[in-house]
Design a protein around this ligand. Sequence first.
Ligand SMILES: CC(C)(C)OC(=O)NCc1c[nH]c2nc(N)[nH]c(=O)c12
Ligand SMILES: [Zn+2]
Length: 372
Amino acid sequence: MTEFRFEPLARDGAARTGRLHTAHGVVQTPTFMPVGTAATVKAMRPEEVAATGAQIVLGNTYHLMLRPGAERVARLGGLHRFMNWPGPILTDSGGFQVMSLSQLRRMDKDGVTFRSHLDGSEHRLSPARSTEIQHLLDATITMAFDECTPFPAEPEVAASSMRLSMGWAQRSRDAFVARPGYGQFGIVQGSVYPELRLESAAALTAIGFEGYAIGGLAVGEGQERMFAALDVTVPALPDDRPRYLMGVGKPSDLVGSVRRGVDMFDCVLPTRSGRTGQAFTRRGTVNLRNARHQDDQRPLDEECRCPACRSYSRAYLHHLVRSEEVLGLMLLTQHNLTYYQDLMAGLRGAITAGTLDAFAADFEAEQALGDI
Ligand SMILES: CC(C)(C)OC(=O)NCc1c[nH]c2nc(N)[nH]c(=O)c12
Ligand SMILES: [Zn+2]
């Protein structure tokens, strides 16, 4: 039976490659997790998600508890069977989504009561219930129930929010049912305050988790303050456990965060912006709604292996986006996820070869070129 285990491999500065062994397969790190909020990576069949190179996807407790319901997914055999994704699935714990998606909510020291943004029905999430829902979903990796401290926050506010989350981390851990190959991650909070980040990292390490997420970033603090928070937080986390930066990010965020020792990422950017016609390429972002593409026979990115770049012109992609055709959503999502996965593969290769600094310099130079 596979034990849940993170196996560090090569190192280059603070960066490292690794293999994450789970009950649902092995994940090569650093890794980017496509977001599959409602048990689907939007506009993509699972085979296509796998073809991009993705090995693990993210699901959301908040959305799935509201629809179709956690007990129903359990009755139907769990999330892997339900969405036909046999690989590892990490589910977020819901607190963050409640605060950003539902109205009419009441926070107390034990959890949050809220109304569904779908039909107004009342629901409650607590550390124990969130952990139980993720168990019902059969999530490979369960996230602790936390509060994502809004930004900006005064130090006292950030401190009490973080301490609430640390108490919830203990209750989440107490409710977690250990199984071979399954893991639970604690989530570091503390906003942009080094001493709070360190207090949070210490509290979670004392509880003991199979991995550690860094939450409360990418909330508007900007890349410089995000990197500064990583410089403080990453060294305070156990070296032999995966580090997961939640909600991040743009390609340059990924490169800078991998250099600072982050192993796992999730972000809606490649899928959500793909649906609006924004493509990520080696030479920066390309807005395919722009009329400059309407007669352009070239592929979006000559070097890209994805179906959009192999078989279609910019002119056609522009037409699909302008016409709001479904195929446009599909092709641009496939392209963006392929670009993100190839960037992660490039980072893994550079760490293994000890050439990460050169890789990062080339990446920044190419991005600065801009599309032609
Ligand atoms: C605004 C965006 C989504 C880009 O980033 C963040 O909010 N970043 C923080 C974040 C994302 N997902 C989380 N889940 C949980 N449990 N806790 C968190 O702090 C976060
Ligand atoms: Zn492509």
